[in-house]
Design a protein around this ligand. Sequence first.
Ligand code: PHE
Length: 444
Amino acid sequence: MTNNAQWSSRLGFILASAGSAIGLGAIWKFPFWAGANGGGAFIIPYILFTFTIGLCLVMAEVSIGRRGRGSVVSAMRRVGGPWFGLLGALAVLTAYIILSYYSVVGGWCVSYLWDAIRGSVATSDPEVLKANFGALVTNGTENVAWHLAFLSLTCGTVVLGVESGIERVSKYLMPTLFVLMVAIIVRSLTLDNAWEGVKYLFHFDLDSINSKAILNAMGFTFFSLSLGAGILVTYGSYLSDKTNIPNASVWVAALAIQAALLAGLMIMPAVFAFGLEPNGGPGLVFVTVPLVFSKVPFGAFFALLFYICLLVAALTSAVSLLEVVTAFLQNEWHLSRRTAVLLNWVTLFLLGAVSALSFGPWSGFTIFGMTFFDLLDFICTNFLMPLGGMSIAVLAGWLAWPKIREQLTSVKSYSPALLTLIRIMIAVLAPVLVAVALLQGIMG
Ligand code: PHE
């Protein structure tokens, strides 16, 4: 079955794809990863990867989607044959698993936003903030309930369809996110000592570049561009033939980088202004940031803006994950959108609940020394997403290159040299780097 749904415009596609890319990765992970990996030593390779291999894989995924016009399974099968259909199914599974635990963190965002609305986020005692965060994640019932709230928001958006649900939400929320981020940055940069944070983010000394920072940057590029989980294949399948894929892809990559850098600028200057630790870990946005807000004028207001940002970003990414699974159920199982979303809502609630409970009541239950939540994240980021990226690279770079080239040049022609360069990135550089990352994941 083919998909009839379409984005109403090129902008709709760009904003929805950027909405997928810009998520908890950019706002929650990026600042503390950059902090932990030495600032510029992480950011510079990340920017380089995004504009080379990342961008080329974005183009490859979108081209496969538009050429195959269907869910990631049908599209990959049509472009590459039955085996690639199977690899597409792996991508659907990846998106499904990621969404189950992404929704738990999304639930924390809803919970913090709720507290911000009530004005109770900004407390100046770090111990209280740590305890609050700990209490939220270890309280099984609360954690499961917030996960359900976030998942329901996600399902509510996707059930409305591609144009009136996903595109509309992205069109309003992405520009809002940008404005809110800029507002917080202005506040952040005008604090005393803020410049130290900027320097920390962008300082670059050759010594701190090491293979670990580079590989982390590469893993982050994948996660942050939503590669390897069928997202851009699915979104590409709704793209009009009149859209220039290379051009739209450059926009998506540029917006993704811009959001991560803005998130860094939103958080780091404030962290330095208050003498906090830049490598505050995953708690940075839930513990450190509220502390910052407690110490600035109008803190409660800025806290509210900040948690709106976080929720918007998380929601548009979760929506893209759910769309991959929904399109698959529509195309392959012939379910209606409504039934497909309902089925996802129920089963994802259950699977996510296990992750949610693994922070508190079930934290003693570990596999390979990891809680259920950590295990799922580990499997997805270290194996399933790289594997997905690898299958896209092999399909687009080797097996189906003529079809991909046709998609890339369907609106505007590009010089053979540029096209060869793109092909080398997809067919050679991407698989080699992904293989190194996979090996590194296996060796630990
Ligand atoms: N790119 C999203 C983020 O940065 C996460 C994501 C990964 C979304 C894979 C979809 C697929 O949060």
